[in-house]
Design a protein. Structure first.
Length: 116
């Protein structure tokens, strides 16, 4: 047959710990957030959001071992809670109210900029 070669330690470590990466990829590929028409900043945002959701799901599953909630159900619950919690936030009555709340009443020139 041939002589058996020993694998380098880095290859053994990679193969040992690769299972977690494969599991995450499997979960995240089942429910893709990213669409082809989205520009790259949005792709990065949605990728990070999806990773955060998966980490939250793993934490939830470890803290609630008797729960049999799927990742899809977990994401749906998070979305529903975000929607319902945004109902509780009061919105300004008009855009002019928002403008007056965040803008100073009087604009003063910065020293040195207007001297030219």
């Amino acid at each position: 047959m041939g002589v058996a070669k020993k694998k380098p330690k880095c290859v053994i470590d990679y193969n040992t710990h690769m299972h977690g990466v494969d599991t995450v990829d499997q979960y995240l590929s089942s429910y893709p957030f990213i669409r082809y028409t989205v520009k790259w900043p949005k792709k990065v945002f949605f990728c990070l959001l999806q990773c955060c959701l998966f980490n939250s799901y793993v934490t939830f599953s470890k803290n609630n071992p008797n729960s049999r909630k799927s990742f899809l159900d977990f994401m749906s619950d998070v979305a529903e809670n975000l929607i319902h919690s945004s109902d509780a936030v009061s919105s300004p009555s008009s855009s002019s109210d928002l403008l007056h709340q965040n803008m100073p009443q009087k604009m003063t020139p910065l020293a040195g900029l207007m001297d030219n």
